[in-house]
Write a protein that binds this ligand. Sequence first.
Ligand SMILES: CC(C)(COP(=O)(O)OP(=O)(O)OC[C@H]1O[C@@H](n2cnc3c(N)ncnc32)[C@H](O)[C@@H]1OP(=O)(O)O)[C@@H](O)C(=O)NCCC(=O)NCCS
Length: 166
Amino acid sequence: MDIRSRRDDDLRELGEVLLRVRDLDGYPVYLPGEDTARFLALKEGDLAWVAVLEERVVGHAALTERVRDSVRVVLEGAGVVAPFAHLVRLFVDPGARGRGVARALLDEVEKEATRRGRALSLDVVTRDHAALALYASRGWRRVGTTVLDLPEMPPFEEYVLVNSSD
Ligand SMILES: CC(C)(COP(=O)(O)OP(=O)(O)OC[C@H]1O[C@@H](n2cnc3c(N)ncnc32)[C@H](O)[C@@H]1OP(=O)(O)O)[C@@H](O)C(=O)NCCC(=O)NCCS
């Protein structure tokens, strides 16, 4: 398996992967118009990686410095101060699961956060059990709970996690 920086020409394949993930797991909870390009769009300073297995893009993870205000409040309460290294958009193609793809992506993300000297954080919907098991297996710890408010949808409860090696 190869982990490399995301390229623009990965977006079509990644969009197809994301729709399969959405259909199976309901992740992401909000994908208006099935606009995968919008969901995957990077802002200045963001970094993204893909996992490539047998010449197919099968996974994705990104790091951002931007968090919602409600997440920021939880992080600051836990002593994690801006600028953040916040893990976002982690997903693996259903057909490639259980083979360490997410683990390999997280290795890369954690290496980058260490390189920047940043604490690593994320927010995860409380019903995403596989993701919660993954983070727990890598020593992430829960520092609070928040609510994800989305247009025309019921609110989702989320946990905010930080990497315990901080
Ligand atoms: C969570 C997700 C990324 C895991 O991807 P994956 O490549 O299958 O995970 P890995 O094979 O690297 O698993 C690493 C560890 O995570 C845990 N894990 C992964 N999937 C699990 C599951 N379904 N149930 C329990 N634990 C699981 C295990 O501890 C596993 O280690 P092990 O294989 O030694 O038991 C994938 O299920 C996914 O894309 N889910 C939907 C999107 C999502 O919820 N993203 C998180 C957003 S915050």
